[in-house]
Design a protein around this ligand. Structure first.
Ligand code: MSP
Length: 678
């Protein structure tokens, strides 16, 4: 039987625009879907917008629009945003569509027919923000604890759903199917909530009309959550469409939600389904509740949500980089923090340096020694055997993590695969074997690296699909197309035949130097640097020196623009200058020097057969790992300097600044190691 996977996001309220929180859920769902495609599942991925209810009716009224015009206008940005973020959903449902209304009306009728709806007078507190009733106990000073706004007293005759009746069956379900609510901490919360007793739920309204009419009782519209939750089924086309194929037990059905709306999904939704006659086997497989993101440690207020627009971020830093960061840096299921600095650091470390440099280093050596073609593999040594075992472990771990809905762990394993390969290059040292003239060994090392890179390209596909295609293109491989029924996960790593064309074409993700990084951060976080300029300093005044700026830390660009007056050196002739051999260097390794606090020992590729050993006084300004893979300017013809105990420096790096805050002179990443500066 074909394995099927159906993943959904919450349908988002359209009184808000797409923001980092909703983008996070949607990206996670997309990645889970893509991973399952690679495992051979037939998949379906649904997202959409929630367009009924008091909240939206009020928002429309405030804008002076009819609710329908308002929701039409506000739903469109969601589709556009998801497309910019590389989301490949199969369907986008809007609860104002006929197909949805038709399904929900039938669902209501089924529940009513089975006797789980009744009319009664009702009086209770209601939070419009949550679209949910609140008990006295839940309120904080008469305010909703989530929205911090006053709640309203609602008094109506409404339809009630017999929720209390399902308490025992729900508890049995949670026990029988521990995977139904994940992660387990959240499951415990729901179990304790349900164990505390359930009250019947008011599921219709007569005080406003923006909703799906209750069949046979046109004065009532359905409670927005009864309407909204049904989207997961209405989008499958009702009983005649995809319902059978993509619904449980014929498919693994995963509803991804934020922890804020777990209760609706794990308590109300299964109860509605059971009440409509669905069996326990026909309930979704898993409701997975992820945590909440803060921005720079702060709760996502409306203004913060607007300031950190995921689409703009994707355009500025790369959409795959944003996707990678969100899923790798925030442990899935737990709360986490978003920061622009962390995003850039993660992008550079994982995609730029770890995977990106592995690719360019490997392809660079293939170009240099094997005319840009795949070299032949001449048999493993113990080094390759060890690498194969360790790499396969990570590949298996990544698959397991995806299947267990843990993208963070899966990406950890993906990055670990890159790290293993980088350690392997350092140990196997293909530049040294080539220098010794051992070309078969050099070929084996590079063939091994190419096969690891091919595996990495597959592991990257769920989260960074465009970069995965780029890695494959540079390796001379076509994009991988999932095949239903076939697991394409790279459990084995066969070597390619020798002589196939490779297509190196520059860095996968350019690593920014400090100046470019700060400039990008300023663009992304205008509030950080605009304040002193716009509020304190008249724009007609010349730019102030950093010390003139009000209390704020000077912006990096202001500091960079300020002039530093240093004693000028005596003039030299051009011939004098030409004697200095300045070259582009690529730092391959960096380590501290025992008992020399200020020194770092580097190996630097300056375009020669073997990298040079250079000792530099950089230890107070840089961590060794910050230097690896950086392009630097090397004075290549200085007489070697002996630091004692066998420590000899074969060159010098150009830098500026105080010894504990040095900045390195840098060069663009297009310049190859060894290029002369003149
Ligand atoms: N319309 C309901 C859902 C109905 S589903 C049948 C709703 N919509 S919402 O627009 O408020 O979206 C809520 C979802 O947005 C959360 O469950 C979560 O997936 C996502 N997030 C909103 N803010 C978030 C964070 N700060 N962090 C992470 N995700 C967040 O509720």
């Amino acid at each position: 039987m074909t394995a099927r996977f159906y993943v959904t996001t919450p349908i988002y309220y359209v009184n808000d625009v797409p923001h980092l929180g909703t983008a996070y859920t949607t990206i996670a769902a997309d990645a889970l879907c893509r991973a399952h495609q690679l495992f051979g599942y037939e998949t379906r991925f649904l997202t959409g917008t929630d367009e009924h209810g008091l909240k939206l009716a009020t928002a429309a009224q405030e804008r002076g629009e009819t609710p329908q015009t308002f929701v039409d206008h506000m739903s469109a940005p969601f589709r556009a945003a998801w497309s910019e973020l590389g989301i490949a959903h199969n369907d986008f449902i809007r609860t104002t569509e006929e197909r949805h209304k038709k399904f929900v009306t039938t669902l209501w009728a089924k529940v009513e027919e089975r006797g789980d709806l009744y009319e009664a007078a009702y009086e209770d507190w209601y939070c419009v923000g949550c679209e949910s009733f609140k008990t006295e106990k839940e309120l904080e000073d008469g305010h909703c604890p989530t929205h911090k706004k006053p709640v309203q007293k609602l008094k109506e005759t409404t339809f009630f759903f017999r929720l209390a009746k399902y308490q025992e069956e729900l508890l049995a379900l949670y026990t029988e199917r521990p995977e139904f609510i994940q992660p387990s901490t959240r499951r415990n919360e729901v179990v304790s909530f349900v164990s505390g007793g359930l009250r019947d739920l008011s599921v219709s309204r007569t005080s406003f009309s923006w909703g799906i009419p209750v069949p046979g009782h046109d004065r009532h519209v359905m409670y927005v959550w009864f309407d909204a939750l049904a989207n997961y089924l209405s989008a499958l086309g009702g009983e005649d469409g995809e319902l059978g194929r993509f619904w449980a037990p014929n498919a693994k059905v995963v509803h991804l939600v934020g922890k804020d709306i777990l209760r609706f999904h794990a308590v109300y939704w299964p109860s509605f389904l059971l009440a409509a006659g669905y069996s326990r086997e026909q309930l979704p497989t898993t409701i997975f509740a992820h945590g909440f993101l803060t921005i720079d440690g702060q709760k996502m207020s409306k203004s913060l949500r607007n300031a950190v627009d995921p689409v703009r971020l994707a355009r500025e830093v790369g959409r795959d980089a944003l996707r990678w960061y969100l899923l790798r840096s925030v442990a899935f299921g737990q709360d986490g923090d978003f920061s622009h600095e962390a995003l850039l650091t993660r992008r550079d470390a994982d995609l730029g340096k770890n995977i990106g440099n592995l690719l360019s280093r490997t392809l660079g050596l293939c170009t240099k020694f094997f005319e840009n073609k795949t070299p032949a593999h001449h048999g493993n040594t113990a080094l390759e055997d060890d690498l194969d075992v360790a790499a396969t472990k990570e590949v298996v771990a990544a698959e397991k993590a995806w299947r267990e809905l843990d993208p963070t762990r899966a990406l950890e394993a993906t990055a670990a695969l890159g790290q293993l390969a980088n350690q392997y290059v350092d140990r196997a040292a293909p530049w040294a074997t080539a220098k010794q003239g051992d070309m078969p060994r050099t070929a084996t090392i590079l063939a091994t690296l190419l096969s690891i890179l091919e595996r990495i390209s597959v592991l990257m596909m769920p989260v960074t699909p465009a970069l995965a295609i780029e890695v494959r293109a540079q390796l001379g491989l076509a994009p991988l197309t999932p095949i239903v029924g076939t697991n394409l996960w790279p459990h084995a790593a066969p070597h390619r035949p020798a002589g196939e064309a490779l297509m190196p074409r520059g860095p996968l993700v350019p690593v920014l130097d400090e100046v470019a990084r700060q400039a990008l951060l300023e663009r992304l976080m205008p509030a950080r640097t605009e304040a002193p300029v716009t509020t304190e300093i008249p724009t007609t005044e010349p730019a102030p020196l950093p010390s003139d700026l009000p209390s704020q830390v000077p912006s990096p660009s202001a500091a960079a623009n300020a002039k530093v007056v240093e004693q000028a050196a005596a003039p030299i002739t051009y011939d004098d200058f030409a004697k200095i051999d300045l070259r582009v260097g690529l730092v391959l390794t960096a380590e501290r020097v025992v008992k020399k606090d200020k020194l770092l020992k580097l190996t630097v590729d300056v375009g020669e057969d073997a990298p040079r050993s250079i000792v530099a006084g950089l230890a107070l300004s840089f961590k060794p790992e910050d230097l690896v893979n950086r392009r630097v300017v090397v004075v290549a013809n200085l007489v070697p300097r002996d630091f004692g105990k066998g420590l000899i420096s074969h060159g010098m790096l150009l830098a500026s600044g105080p010894s504990d805050a040095l900045k390195l002179a840098t060069v663009p990443s297009e310049l190859a190691p060894g290029a002369k500066l003149k």
